[in-house]
Write a protein that binds this ligand. Structure first.
Ligand code: CTP
Length: 483
């Protein structure tokens, strides 16, 4: 990094480290931990490029027309090198064009002006070559107090770029900070403007938010400001479910459960999304028995919650039949809206549809039961088991329950013996045709499927020769052979 500062200094230009890196340093991170380094300079982009090239930095294009030049800093890998560096010419106030990553740029004249156009005080600190801070908006004070505060007028900052509403939530989740009341009010006013932002960017922010240690507070912020209703309207019904229940508080507060599970899901993206959406099917599958006359709760009727019984109706039961399958279905729809990649979408939807499957495990499962479980989970069993652990720690689950460590150990042991997933030897098709005088056709596939079923159920071993499998088929389906 010194060589970079020196190159700009020797050219008579200013250079400051800015943005997330300075924030993280001010919060106690070390240089080694930083992988994305943003700098700002008074040099125009073409000159920055020339300074970098003259000093022998490898440069790359990141959008010179937006004022940014990319370079790679080399150094010891033990110190986290190589590091990506972006050098951006000072900007003045800019208007992010809605829905686009790239702002409409006009250049600024000083580092102070550049810091002024940034989002939050904690992100508007710069650092010079000697490690001195330039901190005109008291970002370090806000770091100390754990506060997210806009630079200048919060409404203006969020109008410039409504994505910043999700950035607030992301920083709350990651840093555990609270929002300044003015910033939260502005987010409440501007929430619908998130519709102007590309869905891929919603996804990027949500992915970071969900794996944050303080995700529950961030999710509550999204619910309070109505941003949740803009990006994930499916979840609003869940937030309101207890208040809307015509039978009063007869079931749990599923939103509180959801938030707690997201935290438990840690930094696994699939599990985090599954935790967020696990109960999304409940509002749509709730059935109150005996039925209670009238509309479905005070919110829909525009009434106050107190108009509804707050004590359970005696003898009332509430069920959520097939809510897991409903969640899987809803995840497909909203995952497409967020532009999930296909693999993640399939995985999340599958885990949701089978969310409690692993909890059915008991020690008296025989090996075929374990194999069937793995087969039914279609390659997703590891996530389904991990999700089972998340559910097991819900307060209502109590102690005990399925021993998922044991299930995992048994799957691993079967896999190690080559006896988990049935596979037939190569060339079996030809051997079958010869043995039974068959022509190519669907019958061959049916025989292979039959064999796999026999292997799953443990009636014939794994890893045998084609001849052994043919002999087995002769013994189990003499009728078929005769036909
Ligand atoms: N920034 C901004 N408004 C945005 C996006 C970014 O003002 N909508 C500014 C902030 O000063 C931010 C910097 O640009 O710190 C860099 O943004 P980014 O690369 O997104 O990084 P951060 O979000 O700050 O942090 P991290 O690198 O940890 O993701």
């Amino acid at each position: 990094m010194e060589s970079l500062f020196r190159a700009f200094h020797d050219a008579g230009r200013e250079l400051f480290l800015v943005g997330g890196a300075v924030r993280d340093l001010a919060m106690g991170a070390s240089y080694q931990d930083l992988d994305d380094l943003d700098f700002c300079t008074d040099a125009r982009p073409a000159e920055s490029l020339e300074i970098l090239r003259r000093a022998n930095f490898r440069t790359y294009d990141v959008g010179i027309e937006f004022g940014t030049v990319g370079a790679v800093l080399k150094g010891k890998s033990s110190e986290g090198y190589p590091k990506d560096v972006q050098v951006t010419t000072y900007r003045s106030k800019e208007m992010y064009s809605r829905g686009s990553r790239h702002p409409v740029v006009s250049y600024g004249n000083s580092v102070e002006e550049d810091l002024w156009r940034r989002d939050f005080s904690i992100n508007s600190i710069a650092m010079d070559a000697r490690g001195n801070y330039v901190d005109p908006y008291n970002g370090r004070g806000d770091i100390e107090r754990g506060i997210l505060r806009a630079v200048g007028d919060p409404l203006e900052r969020l109008t410039e770029d409504p994505l910043r509403i999700l950035r607030i939530a992301r920083f709350m989740a990651r840093l555990g900070f609270k929002t300044d009341p003015g910033l939260e009010r502005a987010a409440h006013v501007k929430a619908t403007f998130l519709l102007d932002i590309a869905r891929q960017r919603w996804l990027q922010e949500m992915n970071k938010l969900l794996i944050g240690e303080h995700a529950p507070a961030a999710l509550d912020f999204l619910a309070r400001t109505r941003a949740l209703g803009v990006i994930l309207p499916e979840l609003v019904a869940l937030v309101e479910l207890p208040r809307r229940c015509p039978a009063g508080p007869v079931h749990e507060d599923f939103w509180a459960l959801t938030c707690a599970r997201v935290k438990r899901a840690g930094d696994n993206k699939v599990l985090s999304w599954a935790a967020l959406l696990a109960d999304v099917g409940r509002p749509w599958t709730r059935h109150v028995d005996p039925p209670i006359e009238g509309i479905d709760g005070p919110t829909l009727a525009g009434l106050s919650a107190s108009a509804y019984p707050q004590e359970p109706f005696p003898g009332t039961s509430v069920t959520f039949h097939n809510h897991a399958a409903m969640a899987g279905l809803m995840a497909k729809g909203l995952g497409r809206r967020f532009h999930f990649d296909t693999a993640t979408l399939d995985e999340v939807a599958f885990v949701l549809g089978s969310q409690r499957a692993a909890l059915a495990y008991s020690a008296d499962w025989a090996d075929p039961d374990v194999r069937r479980f793995v087969q039914e989970m279609s390659g997703h069993h590891a996530h389904v088991i991990a999700f089972g652990r998340i559910l097991q720690r819900d307060p209502a689950e109590g102690a005990g329950g399925a021993d998922l460590d044991d299930l995992e150990a048994r799957i691993a042991a079967l896999a190690a013996r080559g006896a988990l997933v049935p596979e037939v030897p190569t060339g079996l098709g030809g051997a079958l045709m010869k043995a039974f005088g068959l022509k190519p056709g669907p019958i061959l596939g049916e025989l292979v499927e039959l064999l796999k079923e026999e292997m799953l159920d443990g009636r014939v071993g794994f890893g045998l020769e084609a001849a052994d499998y043919i002999a087995h088929l002769r013994s189990v389906r003499p009728d078929l052979i005769a036909g």
